[in-house]
Design a protein around this ligand. Structure first.
Ligand code: SF4
Length: 282
C-alpha cells in the first residue's frame, strides 16, 4: 500500500510556541505551581507528558490559589485575565498570535459601527475568549442560524481560527443575502487553511484517509469531515492503537495527515503501523 502524507504535518506554529513556553515556564523555579485552564493542547500524549513535568489542569481561575496561570493558544476571556491579576497570579500568555488577531479584527469592526457576528462553536474556549472582546456579538454555526438573527444595518463577521473554510463561505453568503452591508474578515488561520486545502486534494487521490489528532480538536475533526466529502473513507484517530487491519485490506493508496496539535513523532508511529497492517493484510 502506498501511503501519501500531507505536506503540513505535526504542530502548527501556534501550538509549537505554546509548548515551548510551557516547558520554559515549568522549568523556571520562580513560576511556582503552573496551571492551565483546560488541556494545554488537544493531544492526550502531550498533555500527559507536561502533566508529568508538573503542569496542573484546573477548571476555573477560582481554583488557582498561587503561582502561574499559563494561558494556552486558545486564549482566555478578558474577565479571567482580570481575575487572575486581581488574585496576584503570574500570567504567562501563550495565546496564539492568530487568535489575538481575531480579537483585534472584531474590536475594529465594532469600533467602525458593525454589529459583530462570530462564526464558531460557542462552547469552544477560543470563541469564548473572542466573545469577551465583543460582548453582545451574535454567534452563528450554520447558515440556518442566520434566519433567526435580528435586524441590523451593518454586520461585521469574524470566524473561529480552526473553522471550516467551506462552512464560513456559506454563512457569509447567507448573511449577505439578509443584510445590506456585510464586512467579513476570514480569520481562519493560515495553518488551518493549508491543512484543509491539502485534505481536499489528498482525499481525491487516495481510497482511505487517516487523520491523527485529539477527539476534541476542532481542526482535526474538520479535516476528517472534509476528506470524507471528497470521496475517501475517512478515519479520525488519536494514535496507532486505534488503527484496524480491515481498514487497509485491498487498499492500494492511503492518505495520512494530522491536526495542528499532533506531534510529528506520533504521525510517524501511525505511518509505521499503517505499513505493518497493510503488509499483514496482503
Ligand atoms: S491552529 Fe491556528 S490559531 Fe490555533 S494555535 Fe495553531 S496557528 Fe494558532
Amino acid at each position: 500500500m502506498e501511503i501519501k502524507k500531507a505536506k503540513t504535518q505535526g504542530f502548527c506554529f501556534g501550538v509549537a510556541i505554546t509548548l515551548k513556553k510551557a516547558e520554559e515556564t515549568l522549568a523556571n523555579p520562580a513560576s511556582g505551581p503552573v496551571t492551565t485552564l483546560g488541556h494545554i493542547v488537544h493531544n492526550p500524549q502531550m498533555v500527559e507528558s507536561l502533566e508529568e513535568k508538573g503542569l496542573i489542569d484546573a477548571r476555573s481561575v477560582d481554583d488557582v490559589e498561587s503561582g502561574t496561570l499559563f494561558v494556552r493558544a486558545h486564549g482566555l476571556p478578558v474577565e479571567v485575565f482580570e481575575k487572575a491579576s486581581a488574585k496576584g497570579l503570574t500570567i504567562v500568555d501563550a495565546t496564539c498570535p492568530m487568535v489575538t488577531k481575531i480579537h483585534v479584527q472584531a474590536e475594529r469592526l465594532r469600533a467602525d459601527g458593525y454589529k459583530i457576528v462570530v462564526v464558531g462553536d460557542p462552547n469552544h474556549p477560543e470563541v469564548k475568549g473572542t466573545l469577551s472582546h465583543v460582548p453582545g456579538a451574535w454567534i452563528v454555526q450554520q447558515p440556518e442560524d442566520v434566519d433567526a438573527l435580528p435586524r441590523a444595518s451593518r454586520v461585521g463577521v469574524v470566524v473561529q481560527s480552526t473553522w471550516s473554510g467551506v462552512g464560513f463561505t456559506e454563512i457569509v453568503r447567507k448573511l449577505s443575502s439578509k443584510y445590506y452591508d456585510v464586512r467579513a474578515v476570514n480569520t481562519i488561520c493560515t495553518d488551518t487553511h493549508n491543512r484543509q486545502s491539502e485534505a481536499e486534494k489528498l482525499a481525491t487521490e487516495v481510497e482511505v484517509m487517516v487523520v491523527v489528532g485529539g477527539k476534541t480538536s476542532a481542526n482535526t475533526k474538520h479535516l476528517a469531515d472534509l476528506a470524507a466529502t471528497r470521496g475517501a473513507v475517512s478515519y479520525h484517530i488519536e494514535g496507532p492503537d486505534e488503527l484496524q487491519p480491515q481498514w487497509f485490506a485491498g487498499i492500494r493508496t492511503a492518505g495520512l495527515m494530522s491536526g495542528a496539535s499532533t506531534p510529528g513523532w506520533l504521525v510517524d508511529k501511525v505511518e509505521a503501523q499503517m505499513e505493518a497492517l497493510s503488509r499483514r493484510a496482503s
